[in-house]
Design a protein around this ligand. Structure first.
Ligand SMILES: *Cc1c(COP(=O)(O)O)cnc(C)c1O
Length: 386
């Protein structure tokens, strides 16, 4: 009964375990048929033409930025309310993240503030679908078109989300979308990620980047005369080993079959929370804007003023009650590494305020109805006494 209920957790069943064991008994542990198969089912689910799976969401973002041609001196516009990797991947390539403030309710990048942040060095815009709630893609896509910028979705929270008439990952509004399959995300492969795109050239660059910048495609060779030997391959870029194994892809294929059920489960929990918390004096509830179906990666509450001041006490008390709450996120530019790069602490005041109020309470596919009731009563009790 006193088991920790974490803010996020994987759900693994016997089918998942069998799928993995089957690969362990087969010839290919990596670079085998399961990689292609996972990419195909993911492409089909999302409705994108091409999928390249990566060893993590971070590697996927790095790959997408590389494919986009982001490099030395370029600027990449993104939100500070994200996991560090969104911004770090720009630094990997010598580019500079430019942080734009957020909407106070959704936690997503404020589309109105994107255009004023554009300079002659801007190369790409990377909205993060915070908590699984798609950002204002339509508006941001309009800005990207106007300034000829590349639009990359950090969709790590949002596999299974829908936006207007699209599924996140179909890249209807963007050039590429990156997912993560870390255990707390919509589905898991242990570690893992993917980039989705409808563009053939991005796809080719992503495939090369994942495998040391190597191509074995004769028609793409620089040295045409060398192409005669069957052993021949060319390294054309500085790539990495960012491959996902067949073991992991088998898990991904099995998990993807359950994705719709996982999202339904999350929505069921959201409905229970929304009913229980409606009109409460302690915090504001997460929003779901019209035209959006969130993947509900997080259930992010925002403490009202009186409780914001005692957040660390509330947080500690919730952990004592075995609620594995978390805060998403410390604004990236406030991290010591970014401070040392010269980012002002005064950037993005709404992001700072959001951070000071925000707590992610448990929501995931492995929670029982009793878990949900336990979260509701413990949270309310702690807040009443704060
Ligand atoms: C999880 C996450 C990442 C990084 O994914 P990993 O698979 O952990 O490398 C990047 N961006 C966001 C918004 C994430 O939530």
């Amino acid at each position: 009964m006193n088991r920790l209920i974490s803010y996020g957790h994987q759900y693994i069943d016997e089918d998942d375990i069998e799928a993995v064991v089957e690969v362990l008994r087969s010839d290919f542990l990596t670079q085998g048929p399961k990689v292609r198969e996972f990419e195909e089912v993911l492409a089909k689910y999302c409705g994108a033409k091409y999928v390249v799976v990566f060893s993590s969401g971070t590697a996927a973002l790095h790959g997408a930025y590389f494919a986009a041609g982001i490099g030395d001196g370029d600027e990449v516009i993104t939100s500070p309310i994200t996991f560090l990797a969104t911004a770090n991947a720009a630094l990997f390539l010598g580019a500079r993240p430019v942080f734009v403030d957020i909407e106070g309710d959704s936690g997503n990048i404020d589309a109105e503030l994107v255009e004023p942040a554009i300079t002659s060095k801007t190369k790409a815009i990377v909205p993060v679908h915070f908590a699984g709630h798609p950002a204002n893609l339509k508006k941001i896509a309009g800005i990207a078109r106007k300034y000829n910028l590349i639009l990359i979705e950090d969709a790590c929270h949002a596999l299974g989300a829908r936006y207007l008439d699209t599924t996140i990952g179909d890249c209807r509004y963007s050039d590429m979308a990156a997912f993560s399959f870390h255990p707390v995300k919509s589905i898991t492969t242990g570690e893992g990620g993917a980039v989705l795109t409808n563009d053939k050239e991005y796809h080719e660059r992503l495939v090369m980047f994942r495998h040391h910048g190597i191509t074995k495609d004769k028609s793409a060779f620089v040295n045409k005369d060398e192409g005669v030997g069957q052993w021949y391959y060319e390294m054309q870029h500085l790539g990495y080993n960012y491959r996902l194994t067949d073991i992991q892809c088998a898990l991904g294929i099995s998990q993807l079959k359950k994705l719709d059920r996982f999202i339904q489960k999350r929505r069921h929990i959201v409905n229970a929370y929304n009913r229980a918390f409606k009109g409460n004096p302690f915090f504001d509830l997460p929003v779901e804007k019209s035209g959006v179906e969130s993947a509900w990666h997080l259930y992010a509450i925002r403490l009202k003023d009186a409780y914001k001041r005692v957040k660390s006490k509330i947080f500690k008390e919730l952990h004592l009650r075995q609620l594995g709450v978390q805060v998403h996120y410390i604004p990236v530019h406030l991290q010591p590494y970014y401070q040392q790069l010269g980012y002002s602490r005064d950037l993005c005041p709404k992001a700072k305020d959001f951070y000071e109020r925000q707590i992610s309470i448990p929501i995931h596919q492995a929670m029982s109805d009793e878990d949900v009731e336990c979260v509701i009563s413990s949270l309310m009790d702690v807040l009443k006494h704060s």
